[in-house]
Design a protein around this ligand. Structure first.
Ligand code: IMP
Ligand code: MG
Length: 172
């Protein structure tokens, strides 16, 4: 097993998720909010975040596959699409981590094309230095330098999702 170093505790995360929930509550008042979680990585973040948003909302999940299970993201396809009608609605995509930006760019375009009124993005972690495509992220939990992170929903080869904090995985 690779060595791992704790970088964000459960307490750090809970505090930040509360703040994000408050900001989203303020900003989305009076809209037709649909919160869309990106499986599998965002499931824990999504569960905590929506309980900090004091608004009526619909929720749904999507899943995209990037061909392969390693640390890089390649070409994308939906393996689970939305089931709600999103026309005219205000979408907030909830993602675990934004790395190159390719996944979120693709998702944002896809929902805009299908008639959403607005498409916002909330990412728990932003690895800014690794960005390859420009995508505006409306809400960011934490900015982190490059390095591979696991825990709180994030995986490495489907392991570590259940860790309550976020860890830097060394020597991959
Ligand atoms: P992007 O398309 O390069 O922005 O990739 C985003 C996706 O890659 C995320 O949804 C994660 O599934 C995965 N990913 C990128 N960096 C990490 C990481 O440090 N830990 C776990 N998954 C990651
Ligand atoms: Mg993911």
């Amino acid at each position: 097993m690779p060595e791992k170093k704790l970088i964000l505790t459960q307490t750090d995360i809970n505090q930040r998720v509360k703040e994000l929930g408050e900001a989203i509550t303020r900003d989305y008042k009076g809209t037709q909010l649909v919160v869309l979680g990106v499986l599998n990585g965002a499931f824990i973040f999504m569960a905590d975040l929506i309980r900090e948003i004091r608004l009526e909302m619909e929720i749904d999940f999507i899943r995209v596959s990037s061909y392969g299970m390693g640390t890089c993201s390649g070409t994308l396809r939906f393996t689970k699409d939305i089931e709600l009608d999103i026309r005219g609605k205000d979408i907030l995509i909830v993602e675990d981590i934004i790395d190159t930006g390719r996944t979120l760019k693709h998702l944002q375009q896809s929902f805009a094309d299908r008639g959403a009124h607005s498409v916002g993005i909330c990412a728990l972690i932003d690895k800014k230095e690794r960005r390859e495509v420009d995508v505006p992220v409306n809400y960011v939990g934490f900015e982190v330098e490059t390095g591979f992170l696991v825990g709180y929903g994030l995986d490495y080869r489907e392991q570590y999702r259940n860790l309550p904090g976020i860890f830097h995985l060394k020597d991959l």
